[in-house]
Design a protein around this ligand. Structure first.
Ligand code: FMN
Length: 201
């Protein structure tokens, strides 16, 4: 049976996601790489937070963070995650991705770290992400210490900072339509390719 919307999508959902990201950028949306990252503890307690997903255009979904953060602990404990992108008007689209995750090598982390603004690299040294701080002053003091420590040299990659790659096994592309009769395509990994199914909205 023919299904014009579904048939217009690329058979590879990573290519469709990259194309939709490109359209979100072209539409001028702020931080179109932002997505909600869901993780869970080994006994199933979920948690979710926003992250910036790098490498979408190259179909290599990467998230960079502090390895001692809550999210990183859960990513390592389960090796699983889900992402949800949302692009508001004028696109009105959502993309969900589910898959396994693996830690990037320190070399890969270093390459990305080197692209970050100096202030962000200092921030990685200053922030004990996901752990308690006495007050704002403690964070500011830690940032000032990092600034002084690396005053006359490049800011190195902290040993606790790096990234994770998602290896997707399912995608869902969602397009808003009138009367809440939205278009939904669920892709699942099938051998070397993907199966594709339209779902009810
Ligand atoms: C739009 C947006 C993008 C963010 N991107 C990142 C990111 O790429 N990496 C990161 O560690 N935290 C990012 N954060 C902060 C996280 O949402 C979160 O507060 C932090 O990583 C701690 O999460 P955790 O305690 O669950 O590990 C971002 C927040 C927002 C609102």
């Amino acid at each position: 049976m023919s299904d014009a919307w579904l048939d217009a999508l690329d058979p590879d959902p990573g290519i469709s996601l990259a194309a939709w990201l490109g359209e979100a950028r072209a539409a001028g949306l702020h931080e179109p790489e932002a997505a909600a990252l869901a993780t869970a503890t080994p006994d199933g307690w979920p948690s979710v937070r926003m992250v910036l997903v790098r490498g979408v255009a190259e179909q290599d979904l990467r998230v960079y963070t502090n390895h001692e953060s809550r999210k990183a602990g859960e990513l390592r404990a389960t090796g699983r995650a889900a992402l949800c992108f949302h692009w508001s008007l004028p696109l009105h689209r959502q993309v969900r991705v589910e898959g396994r995750v693996e830690r990037l090598t320190d070399d890969e982390a270093q390459r990305y770290f080197d692209t970050r603004a100096r202030e962000s690299r200092l921030g990685a040294w200053a922030s004990p992400q996901s752990r308690p701080l006495a007050d704002r002053a403690e964070l500011d003091r830690r940032y000032a210490e990092a600034t002084e420590r690396f005053a006359d040299r490049e800011v190195p990659l902290p040993e606790w900072w790096g990234g994770y790659r998602m290896i997707p096994h399912a995608f869902e592309l969602w397009q808003n339509r009138p009367n809440r009769l939205h278009d939904r395509a669920r892709y699942e990994r099938a051998g070397d390719g993907w199966s594709r199914t339209r779902l009810g909205p």
